[in-house]
Design a protein around this ligand. Structure first.
Ligand SMILES: [Zn+2]
Length: 235
């Protein structure tokens, strides 16, 4: 289900007990346009649709991801794209806390079971040109409020991938296959743990899947994913 129940996202008293966060560079108009994803949704990929709690969509049943479950706070559309792009390009870095709180709400069940939080990494060269990794910036405050260990560098890019934009589902899969790993010396930090992987946007899930595969190969017990927005949830 998709809702515009903004009072649930920004209740009169914020989750942290503070005042209602009117500021943070978000006009009331901007966030009333964001379409938040509510239950029911697929337990595997987070797509909103009519389903019993815990059930999975046909795609997740026939071709499951290597991560166990995914949750997205909102639909990736014109409204959320605008907010996320401004954040990504460094104009609105204060959105990190806001996005973290959106994820804290939409992925509350995954956070409750997680042992640690890890971001999808950027390639070092891209990190240089962009100055910051948006996934890490969202994951850091989230890990603090959730009281979970933050693991910013357990997953690394082993090669530079092309941008996923404009690629088909299979093309995206090929592009990121084997592009991530957990370095040997960092394996002890993931071993036997349930890791919550964070990114800003989920499109086909190929990048999250490749990162989850790396974490599992590195000894993680299980991987769940939480993103700000997902493509294809718009019904
Ligand atoms: Zn699904």
């Amino acid at each position: 289900m998709i809702g515009r129940a903004t009072d649930a996202i920004f209740p009169p008293h914020a989750f942290d007990g503070g005042a209602r966060p009117q500021g943070e560079g978000l006009s009331p108009e901007a966030w009333t346009r964001v379409r938040f994803i509510e239950d029911p949704r697929c337990d595997g990929c987070g797509t909103p649709f009519e389903v019993d709690p815990g059930a999975r969509c046909a795609a997740c049943q026939s071709d499951p991801f290597s991560f166990e479950r995914a949750r997205a706070a909102c639909v990736y559309d014109d409204a959320s794209r605008d907010l996320i792009l401004k954040f990504k390009h460094g104009d609105r870095t204060e959105h990190a806390g806001l996005f973290g709180r959106w994820i804290a709400r939409s992925a509350a069940d995954l956070i409750a079971e997680a042992d640690a939080v890890a971001p999808v990494p950027l390639h070092p060269l891209r990190l240089l040109s962009r100055r910051f990794n948006q996934a890490a910036e969202i994951a850091r405050p989230l890990s603090r409020t959730a009281d979970l260990e933050f693991l910013p560098d357990v997953v690394v890019r082993t090669r530079r991938t092309e941008t996923q934009g404009g690629k088909s589902g299979r093309g995206r899969e090929r592009n990121v296959k084997g592009a991530f790993s957990v370095p040997d010396e960092r394996r002890k930090r993931v071993k036997g743990r349930r890791i919550l992987l964070i990114d800003d946007v989920m499109t086909t899930g190929a990048t999250l899947d490749a990162c989850a595969r790396a974490l599992l190969a590195g000894g993680a017990r299980a991987v769940d994913c939480a993103v700000v927005a997902r493509v294809g949830g718009g019904v």
